[in-house]
Design a protein around this ligand. Structure first.
Ligand code: LHQ
Length: 263
């Protein structure tokens, strides 16, 4: 059985990490399949939004620490190469995705598995879920974008304490701290996250992608530079069929029908 499942409906591609017996711990093969699923979704016009989740009781326990590809017997581990070839392409694909990417964290999220959701746009988590950086326990540093997302989102004091003390962060606290969007009752997780993904898929998805792009740029720009970015991207958004349709719908007092098309 594939370690990544995909299912498309109502314009939403649901991508499920699928090694439930290992809490969806990541192997090289799984990361390659995840990359392929994301790349295919990016080029498929019928996919307007994505929903990432995990099968079983966990979301993702991070790197599979028993994976054969991690170290060759008798040789020094080459973790930089693992990140370069397996993780970073997935992280770049997620953060560069022009379509909305929702995440439903259904259970424990540890190591790289705690940082994958931070590369998504809107994160829901089951109230029973926990985020554990886990890296300190094995002498490693946060990867999968963790050293960037944690301090940018939480600020240095919380980012460093979470990483160095390795304390599990509850879904409620993660929401309170702004690390995720919402903590929801376990049995409502997929309904709520799915409804949000379907709502986004019905929206002006090209424009939503431009909004994401503008905000990502803002993370390393001055206000002056960002005003130029807003000018350029608003110029682009103002020429989309979805903007024209929303203007017509406003005048005709009806609900707009968005296509998500760039032109
Ligand atoms: C696992 C794993 C796992 C394999 C649970 N691997 N089997 C690192 C290196 C290289 C390059 C790139 O990046 C990285 C990034 C990283 O992600 S490093 C961090 C790796 N992850 C961890 O250190 C977390 C390890 N797991 C845990 O601490 C616990 O399993 C957590 C807290 C996630 C969950 O605890 P429990 O709910 O008590 O579950 P469990 O420990 O009983 O696990 C259930 C099964 O899943 C068990 O298998 P078994 O056959 O004994 O039933 C575990 O061995 C397996 N599993 N994590 N990362």
């Amino acid at each position: 059985m594939s370690s990544i499942l995909t299912q498309c409906g109502d314009g939403v591609l649901t991508v499920t990490l699928n090694r439930p017996e290992k809490l969806n711990a990541l192997t090289g093969e799984m990361l390659a399949q995840l990359y392929e699923a994301l790349a295919a979704a990016e080029n498929d016009d019928s996919v307007r939004a994505l929903l990432l989740t995990g099968a079983g009781r966990g979301f993702c326990a991070g790197q599979d620490l028993q994976a054969q590809n991690l170290a060759t017997a008798g040789q020094e581990p080459n973790l930089g190469e693992v990140l370069d070839s397996q993780y970073n392409p997935v992280l770049r694909k997620m953060t560069g995705m022009r379509k909305p990417l929702v995440c439903a964290v259904n259970g424990v999220a540890a190591g790289a598995g705690a940082n994958l959701p931070l590369a998504c746009d809107i994160v829901f988590a089951a109230k029973s879920a926990k985020f554990i950086q886990a890296f300190a326990k094995i002498g490693l540093i946060p990867d999968a974008g963790g050293t960037w997302h944690l301090p940018h989102i939480l600020g240095l004091p919380r980012a460093k304490a979470l990483t160095l003390l390795n304390e599990p962060l509850s879904a409620r606290k993660a929401a309170e701290w702004g690390l995720i969007w919402k903590a929801v009752d376990d049995d409502e997780l997929m309904a709520e996250a799915g409804a949000a993904a379907r709502e986004l898929a019905r929206g002006p998805t090209f424009g939503l992608g431009l909004s994401k792009h503008a905000m990502h740029r803002a993370m390393s720009a001055s206000l002056d530079e960002q005003l130029d970015t807003e000018r350029d991207l608003q110029q682009r958004a103002g020429r989309t069929p979805d903007h024209a349709e929303s203007m017509r719908a406003f005048i005709e007092k009806r609900t707009p029908r968005f296509s998500g098309k760039p032109s």
